[in-house]
Design a protein around this ligand. Sequence first.
Ligand code: ATP
Ligand code: MG
Length: 284
Amino acid sequence: GNIKEDDLQHMEVLGSGNGGQVNRTIHKPTKSMMAVKIIKLDLTPTVQKQILLEMEILHKCNSASIIAFYGAFFTENRISICTEYMDGGSLDRYIPIPENVLSAMSAHIINGLIYMWNLKILHRDIKPSNILVNTAGQVKLCDFGVSTQLVKSIATTFVGTNVYMAPERIQGNQYGIPAEVWSLGVSLFEIVTGKLPFPSFRIDMTPFELMGCIIMESPMTLPPENFSANFVHFVNLCLQKDLRQRLAVAQLLSHPFTKLNENGNAQLVSEWLKQFLSERSSKS
Ligand code: ATP
Ligand code: MG
């Protein structure tokens, strides 16, 4: 059935981002756990309906690498988006992650993207905070930009370039799968190094300087002494400025980095995460 506000009991806040806040929430009728993202948006009823309609497609997305969608609804000036809860949260919390652990996760990230691209859905916001893990060792993507209207409504309130955006997108050109492959490259680079692949990047850059940096600079290569040749090569081919040189979908799958890790390794991910969480809790 459809989820409604009265059925939900919000527990703690899991995190917040651009305009939204994510809660761990109990769905009382089924006693199941969810992650509910609440975003304040002042929209007309027509626009609200359009967003909910566009989000319906998420009910048809059924992949082990995509966060399950349970439903969405508006209450006054807020949208609540109910999805599967992941007890490890997002990858940005764990940076830097060892290459072998990221390799074990990579099949899920790549398969999740390809699954959605096959449904003609672009993610539009690939970055470490939109890749989630759980203690079962599963890795899933969240926050797909399936509703153009929702993406637009959020963008009018929170403008911006982010560091994961491809040069062609920043320049206002049409963008597609190649732009997603670029964002994947930036994310993988950051996940294993804790740094962004632009030589003169600084946190305190203005959006204009950031744009210049992404458009003008040649992205860095991962240091070959610290990472495997296959991984360095894969990330390099995601980070080609010329989008025709980037890995195409078939190449994402046939690259030795992907081939070597094509089944993922849930046990390795699970053990790494549990170890990380137990060390963290013993420190605090
Ligand atoms: P931005 O708003 O710029 O996209 P973000 O992705 O960090 O940044 P949110 O999407 O609002 O912001 O998510 C906030 C935080 O909530 C995430 O960083 C993540 O740690 C946590 N989170 C999101 N979805 C889930 C989920 N399904 N299960 C567990 N934790 C989640
Ligand atoms: Mg997010």
